[in-house]
Design a protein around this ligand. Structure first.
Ligand code: SF4
Ligand code: SF4
Length: 102
């Protein structure tokens, strides 16, 4: 599922454009907001979601894994990522995963 960008939160920093391994993210020149230029090519790696400093990007979990409003929300810190996992019944669980790049 392609990334969904919250235009209110996007500050046009370009971090998502730089990190996307598929070169799919772009900054709209007029609005200075990010968008995915090829939704069908996105493979949900979530690199852009993790990299966004403003929490402006979400990926929707494919229906085979969990119906809306199931969500995975990463929050990147210097040495770890905190994952908030919300299931289809709105149960919330948090996981801390250490990053390898220390
Ligand atoms: S989820 Fe991955 S492939 Fe999809 S736009 Fe973001 S960085 Fe690119
Ligand atoms: S990383 Fe976030 S704030 Fe920066 S351009 Fe992308 S969506 Fe906007």
């Amino acid at each position: 599922m392609p990334p969904v960008i919250d235009k209110e939160k996007c500050i046009g920093c370009g971090a998502c454009e730089e990190i996307c391994p598929g070169d799919l993210m772009e900054i709209d020149e007029h609005e200075n907001k990010a968008f995915c230029r090829a939704n069908r090519d996105c493979w949900d790696c979530m690199a852009c979601v993790k990299e966004c400093p403003n929490g402006a990007i979400e990926t929707r979990i494919p229906y085979q894994l969990g119906y809306y409003p199931a969500k995975l929300i990463p929050k990147k810190r210097e040495k770890e990522i905190e994952w908030t996992i919300i299931d289809i019944n709105a149960n919330v669980e948090k996981l801390i995963v250490e990053t390898r790049n220390k």
